[in-house]
Design a protein around this ligand. Structure first.
Ligand code: GTP
Ligand code: MG
Length: 255
């Protein structure tokens, strides 16, 4: 092959690689391109406020991703792990620690929400009613809620109340990330089997549900969870009609 020909061949190879690369990036870009220009970094999360009910929350605009699950499931711990901030959300060995709706802003009009846990029997009834009401009210009325992280201890997932929550999210067209927490407590084999079993159980719902083993202690599943949550937060926010004044007053009748 003459020198001219060889140079031309090398040039063609470069051209093909360059075009392929561009095409690949183009496709890739289209697939993962966030709808909004906001690049989310969960590490930027900062505590905004704690609210006893949704009337005390920031305006219902932008996008929120909420962490929900039974008391002691590891919601606050997961928030701290995902944001790389040990003391952001309060963690406790005593179930029922998070009794308020805690708001953490990660970017302008993009928030993470630590919700009060459900299903803990040993809490005084009056208190339980109050915070279950706040939880139900939040889930039902908050229009900027665009993704729900349902946290369940990997050793006993999909309890009745978890299923109620997941069914509610599916009916509301809300995507779900099921985080199977404390997976450091199981061997690799048992962990995989549990993830599979949960995936199988939820597959019949035919909904946007992802299942991920997670450990706040060992950072297992951190990257995967971060990608899902950031994907939700990076969407373009919609404009909502603000609820009428009286609308927020009677979310639930007290028994
Ligand atoms: N081994 C292990 N323990 C964890 C993990 N995540 C949380 N825990 C422990 O589980 C307990 C409860 O964790 P929290 O994060 O406070 O749970 P929560 O869901 O926020 O609880 P409430 O606020 O009461 O609803 C604490 O003792 C944590 O240290 C984990 O990944 N591995
Ligand atoms: Mg908590």
């Amino acid at each position: 092959m003459g020198k001219k020909n060889r140079n031309f061949t090398i040039f063609r190879i470069f051209l093909i690689i360059f075009v392929e690369e561009k095409r690949y990036n183009g496709e890739n870009f289209k697939r993962v391109k966030p709808l909004s220009s906001t690049k989310i970094h969960l590490t930027k999360a900062a505590f905004t406020l704690s609210a006893p009910d949704i009337r005390r929350l920031p305006a219902d605009s932008g996008i929120e991703v909420a962490f929900a699950g039974r008391s002691n499931a590891g919601k606050s711990s997961a928030l701290n792990t995902l944001t790389n901030q040990r003391g952001l959300a309060r963690i406790s060995k005593t179930p029922g620690r998070t009794q308020l709706i805690n708001v953490f802003e990660v970017a302008e009009d993009r928030r993470l929400i630590d919700l009060p846990g459900y299903g803990f029997a040993q809490v005084p009834l009056a208190m339980k009613k109050k915070w279950q009401k706040a939880l139900g009210e939040y889930l039902e009325k908050r229009q900027c809620l665009k993704g729900l992280v349902v946290l369940m201890d990997i050793r006993h997932p999909l309890k009745d109340l978890d299923m109620d929550l997941i069914h509610w999210a599916v009916d509301s067209d809300l995507p779900v990330l099921a985080l199977l927490t404390k997976c450091d407590k199981l061997s690799q084999g048992k962990r995989s089997a549990e993830v599979l079993a949960v995936k199988k159980a939820l597959s019949s719902l035919n909904a946007d549900i992802q299942v991920q083993a997670f450990s706040s202690l060992k950072y297992t599943g951190k990257e995967q969870a971060d990608a899902v949550i950031c994907g939700w937060l990076e969407q373009e926010a919609e404009d909502y009609e603000l609820p009428a004044e009286g609308d927020l007053d009677i979310p639930f009748e007290d028994e």
